[in-house]
Design a protein around this ligand. Structure first.
Ligand code: AQP
Length: 325
């Protein structure tokens, strides 16, 4: 039997090249080897205020992005989180297992709550529990994620182990899959921070739907560090980040990237990087238009049906073990 993968992205803001290189690219690569579940996690999106009409549209747009990136609905199960109510149900159960202290340690809550826990939403606080529910419902073996989600996956493992200890073997303990390169693509403007959908400065991110002009301008404006060599160097995060993007999009080795730009300056490098991104995104952007609403709806409904059949089995076992059913 194939091992199982679960992963998802939130339909908030615009997906950027960090989401693609840190997550989506690996989802596509892993779908042949694993039984894969790729979810549009719209219930996570509402942990921060969303415009209802925009949220619905972004949910469908994100499904299109998954498909255009190469997720094949014949191989992978693609679905919307809220179409499988078991996610929210198991999240309640797990929130009765989770401890306040362990949630308080989540750095993403500290970042997104802006240190003001008095005003932060309870959903924002408990969102890692919903993420644990997403993963555990499918008896997932592997979760492809960027570095920012590592702490949440550790919590998922802790909750699963605690439940198994207290109620008997129920959940498979998932392993993270963090790509060796690309797990933490940084902001083009502030390379001390990750590239992020919710960054107020749009120049920090290359969005998957940016046009050629915008991409070229953003790369031109990307901050650089001191030194002029175009080579990988952990002590120069800006150039390291830009070269990593180049490496992942061209599929070249790190050594080949460095020798390719040997003796060349930033001007040359940035122009070639911008061109590489534009050419990479062109077919992707064209493909997005291919899926009409009816076809998309069919894919998502079929996906939800398949997902539900597995999720409801896990939830029934959980209820039985706890004396609820
Ligand atoms: N900068 C990044 N580099 C590599 N991987 C990244 N991911 C996010 N940012 C980077 C990975 O993308 C997947 C989907 O992310 P998400 O939609 O759940 O949102 P997020 O992790 O909260 O990332 P964002 O883009 O920064 O969104 P906001 O600003 O809304 O928080 C995940 O696997 C994530 O690890």
């Amino acid at each position: 039997m194939k091992k199982r993968i679960f992963s998802g992205a939130q339909p908030t803001g615009q997906l950027h090249i960090g989401n693609y290189l840190g997550a989506l690219k690996n989802w596509v690569a892993l779908q042949d080897e694993y039984e894969s579940f790729y979810c549009i996690v719209n219930l996570h999106a509402i942990t921060l205020p969303q415009d209802p009409k925009v949220l619905r549209q972004k949910t469908l747009d994100l499904a299109r992005i998954y498909l255009a990136a190469g997720i094949d609905p014949e191989k992978s199960t693609v679905f919307i989180q809220s179409d499988v109510p078991e996610h929210a149900e198991l999240a309640w159960i797990l929130s009765c297992i989770a401890r306040m202290g362990e949630l308080e340690r989540m750095t993403q809550f500290k970042d997104k709550g802006k240190g003001n826990s008095e005003r932060a939403g309870v959903g924002l606080f408990s969102y890692p529990v919903l993420m644990a529910s997403d993963i555990l419902l499918y008896q997932t073996d592997l979760v492809p994620i960027g570095k920012d989600q590592k702490q949440h996956l550790e919590l998922t493992r802790d909750l699963a182990e605690r439940f198994n200890r207290d109620f008997g073997e129920t959940f498979r303990i998932p392993e993270p899959f963090i790509p060796p390169v690309g797990a933490n693509i940084l902001s083009l403007q502030e390379p001390a921070k990750k590239m992020s959908k919710s960054d107020e400065n749009a120049n920090g991110s290359i969005f998957l739907l940016d046009d050629a002009d915008t991409i070229t301008k953003k790369i031109k404006r990307a901050v650089t560090d001191s030194g002029t060599d175009i080579r990988f160097d952990q002590s120069r995060p800006a150039i390291n980040n830009l070269l990593t993007i180049f490496q992942l999009l061209t599929g070249k080795s790190a050594a080949d990237c460095e020798s390719h730009f040997e003796g060349k300056g930033y001007g040359h490098f940035k122009a070639e990087l911008a061109e590489t991104i534009v050419e990479f995104l062109r077919p992707f952007q064209e493909k997005i238009k291919e899926y009409d609403e009816i076809e998309l709806d069919k894919i998502l409904k079929t996906g939800a049906q398949k997902a539900r059949s597995i999720a409801s089995e896990t939830l029934n076992t959980v209820y039985e073990k706890m004396g609820i059913n």
